[in-house]
Design a protein around this ligand. Structure first.
Ligand code: SF4
Length: 308
């Protein structure tokens, strides 16, 4: 990447401002209202509940989910109640109109089940952008590259989560990463790329479990009976990390453990991480390039006497 492109990338993806020779992140990537908690990770224990349980959980931070927009609207009432962190739509096929004219500023997470199938339904979700910060959650499955490309081109930030990626999904994730890093028209964060790149740039590792809202100590997903939904992640991320090291898995010698924390070893610890490690390596290289380009830019600017 040439220097102007790198500077563009810093501005576009990370929102960094050059202040002398330091860099500070000045803005929320979505830059919207107080309900928005996407992209920086959740900062408190939040309960992810089905809309049918909404009245049973007063006075707690909530992510309220449903398959159709009308169910969310009916459960929450005429005004957005306090404590709702964001809404989750678990299907993209329904009518978005009930949310398109309600809940100004309340963030909405659109959850894809199969990116290859759900891709075309994204167009029908764009009316939500007029009133809501909207993120698209895409599983690590084949089809993710096209889904990411379309989502960011329509103006949606993206979060990649879900099952451990197989070789095809990892290859597509590399395509998505290339798009995120090198296409100057991509202005939306794509997690975990955005957060990990920022962590490498500042030499402050992010916690992938936290970044992707998969730490059960921070996000508790409940089923329709109000019980913890199984298979959402390890019961304790800390204990899981320790078990990976104690078992002598490849995490022990992995250079990305500080950021990853064994994220890609759940649920199966015997899955090889070659492709995922390459993603981390690509991000680390991009961070080095970015840092060098920003330093060169700062030196050039200071040498020319141009203040910012
Ligand atoms: S990339 Fe794989 S080996 Fe490395 S820390 Fe993560 S899960 Fe462990």
């Amino acid at each position: 990447m040439d220097q102007p492109a790198l500077i563009d990338a810093a501005w576009t993806h990370l929102g960094f401002v050059l202040v002398s020779d330091s860099m500070v992140p000045p803005r929320n990537p979505l830059g919207r209202q107080h309900h928005t908690r996407f992209c920086a990770g959740l900062v408190m224990m939040v309960y992810n509940i089905p809309a049918s349980l909404f009245r049973a959980f007063p006075d707690r931070p909530l992510i309220v989910r449903a398959g159709v927009a009308a169910e969310l609207r009916a459960a929450l009432g005429a005004e957005v109640p306090d404590g709702v962190v964001f809404l989750q739509l678990t299907a993209l096929t329904g009518d978005m109109a009930p949310l398109a004219d309600w809940g100004d500023g309340l963030a909405v997470d659109l959850v894809m089940t199969d990116p290859a199938i759900d891709l075309s339904f994204l167009y029908g979700c764009t009316p939500l952008l007029a009133r809501h910060p909207v993120r698209v959650t895409i599983p690590w499955l084949p089809g993710l590259a096209r889904a990411v490309k379309l989502a960011v081109s329509l103006g949606f930030p993206v979060r990649l989560v879900g099952p451990q990626p197989g070789p095809a999904a990892v290859e597509e994730a590399r395509q998505a990463l290339d798009l995120f890093l090198h296409n100057p028209t991509v202005a939306q964060p794509v997690e975990p790329f955005h957060g990990v790149l920022g962590g490498f740039l500042h030499e402050t590792p992010v916690d992938l479990w936290h970044l992707l809202e998969r730490d059960p100590a921070q996000t508790c997903v409940l089923d329709t009976r109000g019980e913890v939904l199984p298979d959402q992640g390890p019961a304790s991320v800390t204990a899981f990390r320790e078990s990976l090291l104690a078992a002598g898995t490849e995490c022990c010698a992995c250079p990305w453990f500080a950021s990853c924390g064994g994220y890609f070893k759940w649920p199966r610890t015997d899955v090889a991480c070659d492709g995922v490690k390459q993603l981390f390596a690509d991000l680390a290289s991009a961070a080095v390039e970015l840092r060098q380009a920003l330093s060169a830019y700062a030196a050039q600017r200071d040498g020319s006497g141009d203040g910012v």
